[in-house]
Design a binder for this molecule. Structure first.
Ligand code: R5P
Length: 312
């Protein structure tokens, strides 16, 4: 990731996550500009940035969380609006990137939707994208602009350590997440296990076997997101059947599709931890840490501040 020379920084919220944008503005100690976002009678989206952005480095805060298409369209229109108004650079702060799970064709006739999103954001003028725990890390190479992928463990790990779990196994609920589990384990003095998972159809996850020894151990499931919640709930059952003493879970993105809250709250998990890359429903069983300090460091680095270190 290359640093850019110091220019006026303008932080712009697209409205998908006002609380995170405000939090980031406080971290950076720069004012937040909120875009006007509305819709025409026919349903088309309309945005306006009522601020001089000429020669500014504009950072648009807009996770493309549900409703994904609406938030994505606002991001695209805002990028074009500030580009047309003479911004020097346009960076998307998109901590959760919708469509990222569709990076491979499921079969004949399917598109590569994640790559389509990347191309779209390049066409409208995004120079750089900052995101968190991208579902498939290789995806960053398919995007036309540089992508900075931040890892949430920097903000999640201190909270997990404060739980004081002993005899711990970090468990990936599927083969695809094994590298993520391996990143967490050493710092928690834990071993690693994984679950073989099948997806007979979209949004249905069936855990098959636990790979690794979890008997009488404390297990920490680590995943990039909870969408329907089926992956984590099913994995927790599988771990208990394999003899786990207790099961906790963390995930970066609380997508929380309909039914997920009920599924996860009924999953007999101990601690459950997530971040605020997406607006998170308040629930007594769910702990949330903010990703804003991590995003702030990335913004400072991209603005070429001398003391900022590469956040990756
Ligand atoms: C899958 O590859 C992901 O890493 C997550 O495990 C998955 O997207 C979670 O989805 P759900 O909560 O719907 O099972």
């Amino acid at each position: 990731m290359s640093a850019v020379p110091s220019v006026r920084l303008l932080l712009l919220s697209g409205g998908a996550h006002p609380a995170l944008a405000e939090n980031l503005s406080r971290e950076l100690k720069v004012p937040l500009v909120t875009a006007e976002v509305g819709a025409f009678a026919d349903g088309e989206t309309h945005v306006r940035v009522a601020r001089d952005v000429r020669d500014a480095a504009v950072f648009i805060v807009q996770p493309t969380c549900p409703p994904v298409n609406d938030h994505l369209m606002v991001l695209a229109l805002l990028a074009d609006a500030v580009r047309a108004a003479g911004a020097a650079r346009v960076t998307g702060i998109v901590p959760y990137l919708g469509y990222a799970r569709q990076e491979q064709r499921g079969g004949p006739g399917d598109p590569r939707s994640a790559q389509v999103v990347g191309r779209l954001l390049g066409v409208v003028g995004l120079d750089h994208l900052v995101t968190v725990d991208l579902h498939a890390p290789a995806l960053e190479n398919a995007f036309p602009m540089p992508v900075t992928v931040l890892h949430a463990e920097e903000v999640l790990m201190p909270r997990v350590r404060s739980w004081g779990l002993h005899n711990l196994v970090v468990v990936s609920p599927d083969a695809g997440g094994l590298k993520r589990a391996q990143r967490y384990a050493p710092a928690l003095d834990a071993s690693v296990a994984a679950i073989a998972k099948d997806r007979p159809r979209p949004d249905l996850a069936v855990p098959l076997h636990v790979l690794g020894d979890v008997r009488d151990r404390a297990c920490l499931l680590v995943d990039d997101m909870a969408s329907t919640g089926r992956t984590l709930a099913g994995a927790a059952d599988a771990l208990r059947r394999a003899g786990a003493r207790e099961v906790h879970a963390l995930f970066t993105h609380a997508v929380m599709a309909p039914g997920a809250e009920d599924r996860l709250s009924a999953a007999r998990l101990g601690k459950v931890l997530t971040t605020d890359t997406i607006p998170v429903p308040a629930a007594p069983w769910l702990e949330v840490v903010s990703i804003a300090p991590l995003l702030a460091r990335a913004v400072r680095y991209l603005c070429g501040e001398g003391t900022a270190t590469d956040p990756r």
